[in-house]
Design a protein around this ligand. Structure first.
Ligand code: IVH
Length: 701
């Protein structure tokens, strides 16, 4: 510990020197991965600074390295308006699609009067993390935010500061002129190594494991207590920097002239590095698409050795002035495209084949495997879909299998590696004769491949799955009543059908294991509250075969009451657009089943909302577009014209066909037409789909 000097200037100078030293060592360690001192030496410097700041709190500055972890959890994350919207990227899945992207760029540039431009490219690995945007005001870290809806994100500054590689101040000589504010873009990631370590810890603590590094990073960055975030070992890699000028996409002329501002994506990386940011390491300038393809092929293999997960390559036109000319569609830049890799394949071993019983009694073979990390997540179960498929693939316990998983898609066994089948291998797996859960004789319905347990109301597995579906997010969305709780309720004989849930009392919950008064009351309350859910949720919750969320909305909207849906004939149902013969039949069959009449009576007596004419209409009072006239132009890729029109109407607005002085807003999509030009001329406010959505969201919150 240093002697505390009496001279305040000396103290201040020492504090300053310590900060500089700590920042430098942070940079060497976290950004360059090239530490120059031992951990204990670093700790000594850090402790000295903490001590001095404790004695002289007036010397604490927001960019001091001691300010990285907040001492108090926050209540919520405030919203931030992004200075420049965060767009998404169009995908290309093969070389032809990449060529088509280039062709479009050339066509647009030709329209701008640029014939045969010498396009250069910049290829970067696509980082599979969470997009973040950091804003530095005159060099000082101001805030950092999640992508959110692209226009408005959540302010997660305190959590981002815990990532030591993120500078709290940009050095004056490295970045933009000191008067400028700059926005930095990148991805927050968790390395595979940190992910595996975290999951091991979670497992030891009996907590649930994360499916993949991306989810783990998302969980960590959205913690209200930054001390937890700090313990999760997050990292961040950056790929973009833009000076915030009034017209967000214009580059500052003076900095450009002074050679301070990059003119290409390649230079942007040097710029970022001069400012002290850790950058995407897998990147290359390419003179043509053939070099780009080489890069893509190289990293398809090599990416597996990268410390973080990737799902493709982002290809950008390198020259920033061409980027500016190419501009954006409503949702993505025309100057960039994401090449997506085909899913990763891994080999593992089958430990067992389990028969799982679903909500409708279908028995499905599932391969239980030695855990492997594929496409960023740990996989140990893969459905084999049905017994025909199982016979075809002939997967047996003990077999080596090749497994694949596309990002966000269910893992799948591709094939058995026969050469590796152990000599002692079991015989082919036979379909079960009895339900593995309730022992009822399994049946096969005519014309179906599926094997079923016919014990609809008595099989505990079916009952559980139906209840799980009932409480799920897309159905009645009953918070705090999860699978474990449902299982207990079933085992105690308290619940057999969804309607039983509504008959439970607080005392019933108190009889369960580890259930305190407060949680019992909460579970009871959220079940009761779900009675108010809109009709479409109830229709979806019923679990009618082939009726998902979309059809449920359609039915609720058209009929407005459960009884009317139940009475609808096959003909009437098929007249609805979006409902085919198979779906209609399944609806009719469902309501003709003997138990259905009783169910309808029960739902009504229990007070669930079986009539509802307000589907998708906002609560009265949210008429934010009252008296406003909108004109739509171009393709609206997210919602489509129909939905946008309905949305505007639902909130009190009008949609008209042509632009005039009376038009309040023009909603512009991709390739907008002459209405766009006219709107600009008349000074009518131009919105994009995302703006509309965030206005609506704001009004609703
Ligand atoms: S450039 C205007 N480069 O992918 C959008 N994005 O699917 C330009 N991403 O929102 C984005 N790695 O969060 C770019 N090397 C990279 C990237 C990358 C990951 C993310 C980014 C973007 C999303 C689009």
């Amino acid at each position: 510990m240093t002697e505390v000097t009496a001279d305040p200037h000396m103290t201040e100078a020492r504090v300053q020197a310590l900060r500089e030293a700590i920042n430098r060592h942070n940079y060497l360690y976290y950004v360059l991965d090239r530490p120059e001192i031992q951990d204990f030496e670093y700790d000594r410097l850090y402790r000295e600074l903490v001590e001095l700041e404790r004695e002289h709190p007036e010397l604490i500055t927001p960019d001091s390295p001691t300010q990285r972890v907040g001492e108090q959890p926050v209540k919520e994350f405030p919203q931030v308006h992004h200075p420049i919207p965060l767009f998404s990227l169009d995908n290309a899945f093969n070389e032809e699609e990449l060529l088509a992207w280039e062709k479009r760029a050339l066509r647009i540039l030709a329209q701008e009067g640029i014939e045969n431009p010498a396009l250069e490219y910049f290829a970067e690995i696509k980082i599979d993390g969470l997009a973040v945007s950091l804003v530095y005001e005159k060099g000082l870290f101001k805030h950092g935010a999640t992508r959110g809806n692209g226009v408005v994100g959540e302010d997660i500054s305190q959590n981002l500061k815990t990532i030591r590689g993120i500078p709290l101040r940009i050095p004056v000589n490295g970045g933009p002129s000191p008067d400028y504010d700059v926005e930095i873009r990148g991805e927050v990631i968790m390395t595979r190594e940190s992910f595996l370590r975290l999951n091991e810890e979670q497992h030891l603590k009996g907590k649930s494991e994360f499916a993949n590094p991306r989810n783990a990073a998302a969980g960590a960055i959205r913690q209200l207590d930054s001390r937890i975030t700090a313990s999760r070992n997050l990292d961040a890699l950056f790929y973009g920097a833009t000076i915030i000028t009034e017209d967000a996409r214009r580059r500052p002329a003076d900095d450009l002239q002074a050679g301070l501002h990059p003119t290409s994506q390649q230079e942007s990386f040097n710029y970022l590095e001069r400012m002290g940011f850790k950058t995407n390491p897998a990147r290359k300038h390419c003179w043509n698409l053939s070099e780009v393809m080489d890069f893509i092929h190289h990293w398809d293999e090599a990416r597996l050795a990268l410390p973080f997960a990737t799902d493709g390559v982002v290809i950008k036109i390198d020259q920033l002035h061409y980027q500016t000319l190419l501009g954006y569609t409503a949702k993505s830049p025309r100057w960039a495209v994401a090449f997506k890799y085909t899913p990763e394949v891994c080999e593992t071993r089958v430990l067992d084949i389990e028969f799982s019983v679903g909500r409708t009694g279908v028995i499905t073979p599932v391969a239980i495997m030695e855990p492997v990390l594929i496409s960023g997540s740990t996989v140990q179960r893969a459905t084999l879909h049905n017994f025909e498929e199982l016979a075809k693939k002939d997967v047996r316990p003990g077999d080596a299998v090749r497994v694949q998983k596309a990002a966000e898609v269910i893992p799948e066994v591709i094939e058995v590696v026969l050469a590796k089948r152990p000599e002692s291998a079991n015989l082919p797996v036979q379909p079960p004769t009895y339900c593995p859960v309730c022992n009822a004789p399994a049946v096969k319905l005519e014309g179906e491949v599926a094997l079923r347990c016919p014990n609809h109301s008595g099989c505990p597995a079916q009952v559980l799955r139906r209840l799980e579906h009932w409480v799920s997010k897309g159905a009645m969305d009953i918070d705090g009543v999860g699978p474990a709780l449902l299982e207990q309720l079933i085992n105690r004989g308290l619940v057999e059908s969804p309607t039983d849930l509504y008959r439970l009392t607080v005392e019933d919950f108190l009889t369960l294991e580890r259930m305190a008064q407060k949680s019992a009351e909460n579970a009871y309350a959220s079940i009761q509250k779900s009675k108010e859910q809109p009709l479409w949720r109830l229709v979806n919750a019923l679990g009618i075969r082939h009726v998902g969320q979309e059809t449920a909305v359609l039915l609720a909207e058209h009929f407005g009451s459960l009884n009317r849906i139940a009475e609808a004939s096959l003909e009437e149902l098929t007249t609805l657009e979006g409902i085919g013969g198979k779906v209609a039949e399944s609806i009719v069959v469902f309501f003709a089943e003997p138990g259905s009449q009783q169910l309808m009576v029960d739902l009504q007596t229990l007070g669930l909302r079986i009539e509802d004419s307000t589907v998708n209409k906002p609560a009265a009072g949210a008429q934010i577009f009252q008296g406003k006239t909108f004109v739509l132009t171009g393709t609206l890729p997210t919602l489509g014209r129909q939905e946008v029109t309905e949305l505007i109407r639902a909130y009190g607005g009008k949609v008209s066909g042509s632009v005039s002085k009376k038009t309040d807003f023009v909603l512009a999509g991709e390739d907008p037409g002459s209405k766009y030009v006219k709107a600009e001329k008349l000074g009518v406010t131009i919105l994009h789909e995302q703006d509309l959505l965030s206005m609506v969201r704001e009004a609703e919150s």
